[in-house]
Design a binder for this molecule. Sequence first.
Ligand SMILES: [Zn+2]
Length: 267
Amino acid sequence: MSDWFEVRTVAQDVHAVMEPAHWEQVISYLIVGRETAVLLDTGMGIADIRSLVRQLTDKPVTVVNSHYHWDHVGDNHRFDHIGIHAAEAPFLEQDAPEELLREAMRPENFWGPAPPDFDPAGYHIVPSRANQLVDEGDVLELGGRRLQVLHTPGHSPGSICLLSENEGLLFGGDTVYAGPLYVQFEDSDFHAYHESMKRLSALAPDLELVLPGHNLTPLEPEILVEMAEGFEQIAAARAVCQTTDSAWGPLRKYEFMRFSVLLPRET
Ligand SMILES: [Zn+2]
């Protein structure tokens, strides 16, 4: 196995593929059914996730992207079958923002050694092309396991979560994780995010695990309720914010216990 990835089996035939040596702490998930497997996101593209996946399953693998951002689509180009929400399919074919890639490659952002054949100076995201559009209500049948697509816009317009209802597993992508939640992008939408969180928090009583796209995994479903309450407080102007500097310029930051919410300074 590659030294770059750390694999943790979080449920039966569900493997979290983590990249612990980079501060982004991105997590992709390999979800294996009897017939086929879904790889939810392909990570940063720093090491070859496809050969890792090949060691974990011999089933045909479909990539599904939780959204189009570069840190989740880095190894898409190694796969033949890629699904994403229609709102974001065109973005896979475009170049990722150069300044964010350079920022990510700063030595202090590596918490451990990169693979020996990796060259940070030449780091880029190879564009890829979707050949499947996924949307609200779609069901991915893996054989003995069904993944429902939930369209949960907010972080980005085509952000999705995947739900395995009978197992109580929610894959949160960049919509749900413990850490700073990014709602500061031009195509982020606070109101849509708030609606998405209301919907996800209503699922919490029926869930066993939340499997997020960054940082700690798994999380207990209670985080969904906390997040929905945080968004509610911001929407009702009952939350305290600070101004903070970032790679995206000055932002408003709302701090909560296990997460924070970043918004543009002006709205
Ligand atoms: Zn993202």
